[in-house]
Write a new protein. Structure first.
Length: 185
């Protein structure tokens, strides 16, 4: 039986346990298993949608409040999303037909920023042009505190873009992989 380099490094570092041929992480819980099962049951269109957006849509269908989710909304209740897709007239037309509003679209970057209703997410994700629908990054205005010597006009302001919380996992994962590769060498 062949083991991949990642799996072998996990075993060497002691982060997983193997019992009866099944390899699981040491911090694997029933809640984690339930989340994995839920992701496996998703349709192809649902797999293209951010988990927070899917959960909010599910809550709305059940008539429950969705305000706990970290979603930017407009005054009508639509959520701000970024759609990674081949930007076509068909895609933009369907977004508008489904009650959405296109804020911006960039063919060269294959990105559309729009406000969509939670009910229309799966319809739009089902299009062949669409690769991923994720939460839109939120912009924050940051003002540095003035010192006693500096007048109020000299405050520095900067615009920071706050990525949704799940976006930070990818760089962390890449760092761990790099560390494991160095450990094996």
């Amino acid at each position: 039986m062949l083991l991949s380099v990642d799996l072998l490094s996990f075993l060497l570092m002691g982060n997983v346990r193997a019992q009866n041929g099944v390899v699981t992480p040491r911090n694997f819980t029933a809640e984690t298993a339930q989340g994995i099962d839920e992701k496996r049951k998703r349709t192809f269109a649902q797999q293209k949608i951010d988990s927070q957006l899917l959960n909010a849509a599910r809550l709305k269908r059940k008539g429950l409040p969705t305000n706990e989710a970290d979603l930017a909304t407009d005054g009508i209740g639509r959520v701000a999303v970024e759609i990674s897709a081949e930007v076509t007239d068909n895609l933009l037309t369907i977004i508008r037909r489904e009650g959405g509003e296109v804020v911006s679209s960039y063919t060269q970057f294959k990105t559309v920023r729009a406000y969509l209703t939670l009910e229309s997410l799966e319809t739009i994700a089902g299009l062949s042009e669409v690769r991923v629908i994720s939460r839109a990054a939120k912009a924050e205005l940051s003002v540095t505190n003035p010192t006693k010597e500096a007048p109020l006009q000299s405050q520095q302001t900067s615009l920071k873009v706050k990525q949704p919380t799940s976006m930070g996992k990818v760089p962390q994962r890449q760092k761990r992989r790099k560390k494991r590769r160095q450990y094996i060498r």
